[in-house]
Design a protein around this ligand. Structure first.
Ligand code: NAD
Length: 338
C-alpha cells in the first residue's frame, strides 16, 4: 500500500512523514514543488528509508500528478501543499490562488480520474484528505464560542480565502462526484522544521541574533496553539477512522495571546541560552504596526475528533514549546542559513 503526501518538504508535511515512518511500514511518497518554504533537509533522516520516495513537481501539473497516481496506485492522498504565509498573501495573492485553489482543483480532478478507474474493493479504501486551517472561519470576539465544524466561513485574508475556496472544492467533489474526501481544519502549529518567517521560529531567530523581536500591534491577538506531532496524529486518525465527507477540527485548547507566546519564548531562552549580558530577551521585544485585517482571535472546538475518533493532544503548550526551543537551539544553523 502507498500513500501520497503533497507539500511534505514543508513544516507540517515533513513532520507528518517522519511521524508516519516511525510507526508504519507502508510506502509514503512526498510530492513537492520545493518553493521557498520546502526544504528536503527536513527529511534527510529518512532519505535512505526504502519506504520513502520523493518527487519534485507542482500539484497544478495534471500530467505529473496523473503519472504518479497511475504508477504508484495510492490508497490515499494527503493534501498539505499550499502557500501558507498570511503576510505573503497580502503582497502576492496570485501564487495563493494558483496553488491553493487551482492546484487543489487539478489535484481533485486527477484524483477523481484515478478513483473512477479503481476496482470496487479499492474504491472502498481510497481517501482524499485535505489539510486546512481554522483561519477559514474568520475571527472571533473574546466571548464567542470556539469554532465548530458547522461554523460559517468568514475568511479575511487572501490566504484564508484561498484555503476556504479549496475546502469548498473538496466538499463539492464529494457531493458531486462521490470522491471519498475528508477535511481537517487545524489551529496554529508549532514545532521543529518550521520556516523562520512564522511567529515562533522568527522570534527565536531574532532573539538569538540580538535583533528586535517584532510583535504586530499590541500583541493581544489570540491563537490556539497545537504541537505539530499532535496535529500529525490527528490527521492519521482522521485518515484511518474519519467518516467520509466529514470535516474534523483539530486544536490544542491552548489559547494564548501572541505577547504571552513571545514572553514564554523569552523566558525559556533566558533559561536555556542566556544572553551574554544576562539581561532578558524580553528587552528585545518591539511593537510594530499591525498588519491589515489581522484576525483578533481563533479558537477550536475539537470535541468531534475527540469524541468520535478518540484523538487528544499529548503535549501541553508548556511541554511542546520547551521541546521546540530545544530543537531550534540544537539546530540553529537552520535558522541562520536562511
Ligand atoms: P509550509 O509553507 O511550511 O509548506 C508548504 C509546502 O508545500 C512546501 O514544502 C512547498 O514547497 C509545497 N508547495 C507549495 N506550493 C506547491 C505546489 N504548487 N505544488 C507542490 N508543492 C507545493 O506549510 P505548512 O505550515 O507545513 O502547512 C501545510 C498545510 O497545513 C497547508 O495546507 C496549511 O494551510 C495547513 N495548515 C497549517 C497550519 C500552520 O500552523 N502552519 C495550521 C493549520 C493548517
Amino acid at each position: 500500500m502507498t500513500i501520497i503526501v503533497t507539500g511534505a518538504a514543508g513544516f507540517i508535511g515533513s513532520n507528518f512523514i517522519l511521524n508516519w515512518l516511525s510507526k508504519n511500514k507502508e510506502t509514503i511518497i512526498n510530492l513537492d514543488k520545493l518553493t521557498y518554504a520546502g526544504n528536503l533537509e527536513n527529511l534527510k533522516s529518512v532519505e535512505c528509508n526504502p519506504n520513502y520516495k520523493c518527487f519534485l513537481g507542482d500539484i497544478s501539473d495534471s500530467k505529473f500528478i496523473s503519472f504518479i497516481l497511475v504508477k504508484y496506485k495510492p490508497r490515499a492522498i494527503l493534501h498539505f501543499a499550499a502557500e501558507s504565509h498570511v503576510d505573503r498573501s497580502y503582497h502576492n495573492p496570485d501564487t495563493f490562488i494558483q496553488t491553493n485553489i487551482i492546484g487543489t482543483y487539478r489535484l481533485l480532478e486527477e484524483s477523481r480520474n484515478f478513483y473512477n478507474k479503481l476496482s470496487v474493493k479499492d474504491k472502498k479504501i481510497f481517501r482524499f484528505l485535505h489539510v486546512s486551517t481554522d483561519e477559514v472561519y474568520g475571527s472571533l470576539n473574546k466571548a464567542d464560542h470556539a469554532f465548530k465544524e458547522t461554523n460559517k466561513f468568514y475568511p479575511n485574508s487572501p490566504y484564508s480565502a484561498s484555503k476556504a475556496s479549496a475546502d469548498l472544492l473538496v466538499r463539492a467533489w464529494f457531493h458531486t462526484y462521490n470522491l471519498p474526501v475528508l477535511i481537517t481544519n487545524c489551529s496554529n502549529n508549532y514545532g521543529p522544521y518550521q520556516f523562520p518567517e512564522k511567529l515562533i521560529p522568527l522570534c527565536i531567530f531574532k532573539a538569538l541574533k540580538g535583533e528586535n523581536i517584532p510583535i504586530y500591534g499590541d500583541g493581544q491577538q489570540v491563537r490556539d496553539w497545537l504541537y505539530v506531532d499532535d496535529h500529525c496524529n490527528g490527521i492519521a486518525d482522521v485518515l484511518n477512522s474519519g467518516r467520509v465527507g466529514e470535516t474534523y477540527n483539530i486544536g490544542g485548547c491552548n489559547e494564548k495571546t501572541n505577547l504571552e507566546v513571545v514572553h514564554t519564548l523569552c523566558d525559556l531562552l533566558d533559561e536555556l541560552c542566556p544572553r551574554s549580558d544576562y539581561k532578558s530577551y524580553k528587552e528585545q521585544i518591539t511593537f510594530v504596526k499591525d498588519r491589515p485585517a489581522h484576525d483578533s482571535r481563533y479558537a477550536i472546538n475539537a470535541s468531534k475528533i475527540i469524541n468520535e475518533l478518540g484523538w487528544k493532544p499529548k503535549d501541553t503548550f508548556n511541554t511542546g514549546i520547551r521541546k521546540t526551543i530545544q530543537w531550534y537551539l540544537a539546530n540553529n544553523g537552520r535558522l541562520f542559513s536562511i
